[in-house]
Design a binder for this molecule. Sequence first.
Ligand code: FES
Length: 133
Amino acid sequence: MTPIPANSIFYPLLDQSALHNGLMQPCEVEISPVLTIQILMIQQHDQVHLIENKCGHFGVKLHTGKITPNSITCSVHGFCFDLHTGQPLNREWENCDPIKVFQAYWQADSVGIAVVDNAPLEKNRLETPTQPE
Ligand code: FES
């Protein structure tokens, strides 16, 4: 369990008692009066995934998509995204952005996100590998 960073604000999304494998729960978090974030909570193999509920292709909600092991496939055009990294896994010849993957935190009986400077902490900020010269 990852500790909540001291400089962040915890936003609960769901009571832990509602968690179960196969869960696919759309959640909405109002970070500020002008910023609401759509999150999709997925539990698979006893692991909770929090992803942005917005396809990286044309931005439709992903909660109508199909869960496959460690990925979700958008119901509209079939782009598939890795639940751990948010990266598109198929159709590499077409333009598609990765989806955001948020770090899940637990506080009391709730699972939620931690927000710093109006931005939920993401777990898929990938480092660009440096090339040896
Ligand atoms: S809108 Fe999701 S794959 Fe096109």
